[in-house]
Design a protein around this ligand. Structure first.
Ligand code: ZN
Length: 283
């Protein structure tokens, strides 16, 4: 009995000490950096994440070549999704080649919505996919495996949540470099991913409003479409002409939002989708 009481007294003393210690002003917790120390006790309210964009790519080569190029070449990405991702305890496994707080070299010369050099501010996901082959009949594209898309969806949702990336800042490489790039191409399932909360998608009722009863493939003047695409975020000339740069940029937009026809023609449906996206994300 005596022992138990003593033990009780000891506990009371510990509690008292804890109480008195916590009433003292907070002592700075310095971080030692060798020749100097840092006091980070007070932090600013005005801050946000440096990562603002998520960029989707395909590698255009097979698993082994993708891994070799992205680990020993002049390009890199934060994540690589193999053709058939491994699973661990039933969960798909993605390869991380660059830590998220480091800059990966995946975007190159790039612009989106007034910002350039997206390597500085993005996370890059490379997906192993052949891309396309081309002959006199045109381009043949290759499907992504459903297991790849499932992994991309899970990974992207997590990255988007952690960095609070807005839907319109989840982009294709071809959106941010339309003169140079086609990836991830017209078979990348943007609509399906948008349904899962990954990336932007226009509301059908708004598209119908802007279509205003016109046939989807009816030609429209180029200038308003150039203006709408610029307002949404694309770098596109404002020439009023279907010049080569304009056609490629319209084609990049169509690969993302209207992949059934991505030849780059200025038509009513493309214009309606662009205006619906501007209304949803830029107003
Ligand atoms: Zn790319």
């Amino acid at each position: 009995m005596k022992r138990i009481l003593l033990a009780g007294k000891c506990l009371a003393m510990v509690a008292m000490l804890t109480c008195c210690t916590s009433n003292k002003p907070n002592r700075p917790k310095y971080i030692d950096r060798g020749d100097y120390r840092v006091d980070s006790a007070i932090s600013s309210r005005s801050q946000n994440e440096r990562v603002r964009f998520l960029v989707m790519h395909y590698t255009a080569v097979d698993d082994a070549e993708s891994l070799k190029l992205l680990t020993t070449g002049m390009g890199s990405a934060h994540y690589l999704v193999p053709v058939l991702p491994d699973t661990s305890d039933g969960k798909p496994v993605v390869l991380q080649l660059v830590p998220e707080d480091k800059r990966a070299w995946h975007a190159g010369v790039s612009q989106w919505n007034g910002r350039g050099n997206l390597n500085d501010t993005s996370i890059g996901i490379e997906i192993v996919n052949t891309g396309f082959t081309e002959d006199e009949t045109g381009k043949t594209w290759y499907d992504f495996h459903p297991r790849q898309i499932e992994l991309v969806a899970r990974l992207a949702k997590d990255v988007i949540r952690r960095y609070q990336i807005s839907p319109d800042n989840v982009v294709a490489h071809s959106d941010i470099a339309p003169q140079r790039k086609y990836d991830p191409g017209p078979l990348f399932p943007w609509a399906q991913l948008a349904q899962r909360g990954v990336g932007a998608w226009p509301d059908k009722t708004t598209v119908d409003k802007y279509l205003a009863g016109r046939a989807p493939d009816s030609p429209v003047p180029v200038a308003p479409l150039q203006a709408a695409l610029a307002a949404y975020g694309y770098t596109i000339p404002q020439t009023g002409q279907p010049d080569e740069e304009t056609v490629r940029t319209i084609g990049a937009f169509q690969m993302h939002y209207r992949p059934a026809d991505y030849r780059g023609a200025a038509d009513a449906e493309t214009e309606a989708i662009a205006l619906a996206l501007v209304e949803k994300y830029r107003s």
